[in-house]
Ligand binder design. Structure first.
Ligand code: GLA
Length: 401
């Protein structure tokens, strides 16, 4: 027991310092590899309910996705109800008890995410966090929330455009301050909460988001379940690789694997390219009804390992020949992943694509593994490659020369 005021002060002081140190260590430890999980928006959109989220958590476990690394079960927009007289936000009738839902998700060994906006309203017109940031962050922590997606939405017309009309730079400063405010509010809870910025890439978000505590930030508009949208979002990541790394990631938006009319080749190509980009792997399909071939894509270990490689390098686009492009990603232990993507028409033996290893900084022939088939392949300079429309050849070279 401390026996003087002086000693008591010293004890209180060191407890405080240790707490601050351990809180900031905890804050840094989230998202050391790109977050993996599921988000309700791309399939369920505004219809999502408590039951859908529970079913997704069940399916993550039953499908083998949890074992493959999917951990976050994220509720997107439309869970919000009204604020009471004290400003406390209540859920709407689709989510009768958020704490019970969080407990359920945690009981499966998973983590749970939620969604809000720095504006007065969310994108779907529900209650946002404007003016209630600290109160909302404390409530998330009390519920046991592990991940927040914070979506700009009405902050643009209601705050940025009204408070700084015709002054885009001042508008951007308001936006930074709003993301900073929630970043600090989350930190102040003491709970490690992944902080996902969603403002569609405005004002080179990758340059300033990490300093505000952002673990990932959308670098594009909304994805849709077609190859043109997937390709557009993917393309916008070119040149951003320096901004990605452990704890902070570019986010080309959630996966559409298994949604819409995407073919198997398209699903495979989409998943491969997100892995190459060290993108968050947040499945966006109805997991409880997914077909085995979609489950097989989402749980393909060798491809997930590319995404989750601990170096945290994002792929770079090193060659483009019209509709075919080649991206490479440095991996730990000196290995290299190579993706050849055909976004256009099929290239058959009459006019195959030729892979020039020298354009990738490689010298001479290389031993590689095709990751989707597991086959060993010998790569040679200028070798012809037949590649179907919207398909991908994903390779790993263990010892590149
Ligand atoms: C925005 C986001 C989407 C989704 C919706 C919800 O459009 O970019 O990802 O969260 O809002 O309303």
């Amino acid at each position: 027991m401390p026996n003087s005021l002086h000693e008591l002060r010293a004890v209180v002081c060191s407890v405080f310092i240790l707490t601050v140190l351990s809180l900031s260590a905890a804050a840094q430890q989230v998202a050391l590899t790109p977050p993996m999980g599921w988000n309700s928006w791309n399939y369920f959109a505004e219809k999502v309910t408590d039951a859908d989220v529970r079913a997704a958590a069940d399916a993550i476990v039953a499908s083998g996705m949890k074992d493959a690394g999917y951990i976050y079960v994220n509720i997107d927009d439309t869970w919000e109800g009204q604020r009471d007289a004290s400003g406390l936000l209540h859920t709407n009738s689709k989510f009768p008890d958020m704490k019970a839902l969080a407990d359920y998700v945690h009981s499966k060994g998973l983590k749970i995410g939620i969604y809000s906006s720095p504006g007065p309203k969310t994108c779907a017109g529900f209650e946002g966090s404007y003016g209630h940031e600290a109160q909302d962050a404390q409530m998330y922590a009390a519920w046991g929330i592990d991940y927040l997606k914070y979506d700009l939405c009405s902050f643009i017309p209601e705050i940025m455009e009204k408070q700084a009309p015709k002054d885009p730079a001042a508008q951007m400063r308001l936006m930074h301050a709003a993301y900073d405010k929630m970043g600090k509010a989350l930190k102040a809870t003491g709970r490690p909460i992944v902080y996902s910025l969603c403002q569609y890439g405005f004002d080179a978000v990758w340059e300033w988001a990490p300093a505000l505590g952002g673990n990932l930030w959308r670098s594009t508009g909304d994805i849709q379940a077609n190859m043109y949208s997937i390709y557009a979002n993917m393309s916008l990541q070119a040149g951003l690789s320096n901004y990605a790394g452990p704890g902070h990631w570019n986010d080309p938006d959630m996966l559409e694997v298994g949604n819409g009319e995407l073919t198997l080749a398209e699903n495979r190509a989409h998943f491969s390219m997100w892995a190459m980009l060290a993108a968050p792997l947040l499945a966006g399909n109805d997991l409880s009804k997914m077909k085995p071939e979609i489950r097989d894509i989402l749980t393909k270990r060798e491809v997930i390992a590319i995404d989750q490689d601990k170096l945290g390098q994002q792929a770079q686009r090193l060659d483009v020949e019209g509709q075919v492009e080649v991206w490479t990603k440095q991996l730990s232990a000196g290995s290299l992943a190579v993706a050849v993507l055909n976004i256009g028409d099929a290239r058959y033996s009459t006019h195959p694509y030729h892979l020039y290893l020298s354009k990738l900084g490689l010298h001479g022939s290389q031993k590689a593994t095709e990751l989707w088939t597991g086959k060993a392949v010998q790569l040679t300079e200028g070798m012809p490659i037949e590649i179907a429309s919207h398909d991908v050849l994903l390779l790993k070279i263990d010892a590149p020369k």
